[in-house]
Write a protein that binds this ligand. Sequence first.
Ligand SMILES: O=C(O)c1cc(C(=O)O)c2c(n1)C(=O)C(=O)c1cc(C(=O)O)[nH]c1-2
Length: 238
Amino acid sequence: MTGAPTEVLGREEFRSRLESLSARYWDDHPFHRALHEGALRKEDLQLWAANRWYYQRMLPRKDAAILSNCPDREVRRQWISRVTHHDGQPGQEGGMDRWLRLAEATGLDEETVRSERLLLPGVRFAVDAYVEFARCRPWQEAVASGLTEMFAPGLMRRRVLAMREHYPWLDGGALDYFLTRIEVTGPEGAATLDLVLTHCRDRGSQDAAVAALAFKCEVLNAMLDAIDHAARRPAVTS
Ligand SMILES: O=C(O)c1cc(C(=O)O)c2c(n1)C(=O)C(=O)c1cc(C(=O)O)[nH]c1-2
């Protein structure tokens, strides 16, 4: 017999296929390595912060797209906190504000970040592809694409330690974005995994979930490729 396998994966096998994609995560990307080794110049940090701003800004819209595609009330009740985490509740600060604080600590002013003058085309294309994926694909796949969060807590912890050590000129509130995310990302990643394991019930949707997570790893790496390329560009001498 030929064709794709159709046997449904057991929960543990499905989980381990998803987790095996940690090998394609962006933790070990050369730009992250340089960031964590203290090898970045101030202007590289600025470029990184200004470009990741676009990711941060689009995350709640990505999550709102998932909500709009999801017919399951219980899932929507659970998912909506991702929108409010980044946007903030009325009158309160959200993740986007904390990211702006980090960007300002690198020496950028808020207007420069918000104007997106420093936004690289490669980062825009990658982030837009992620949001478009959430708009167009079944909600289970879009949720699965967010599973990179399973891999994020350790990376964020390492980053906070490394940034304190190597970039001590960043002021006190600069790392609040990551300190807040570290608390949230672990439980969110576990809840997302449970949703995917529960709601992808046939082999087709299980394979699609694995492919969605691989796609998301590509989105993240494409962002850093673009930033790394721009940051390391040698100065023009003539
Ligand atoms: O700093 C990081 O390395 C990192 C990675 C990721 C990720 O793995 O997608 C997210 C975040 N941070 C993050 O702060 C965040 O809010 C977030 C949301 C999502 C998502 O796909 O919905 N990923 C991530």
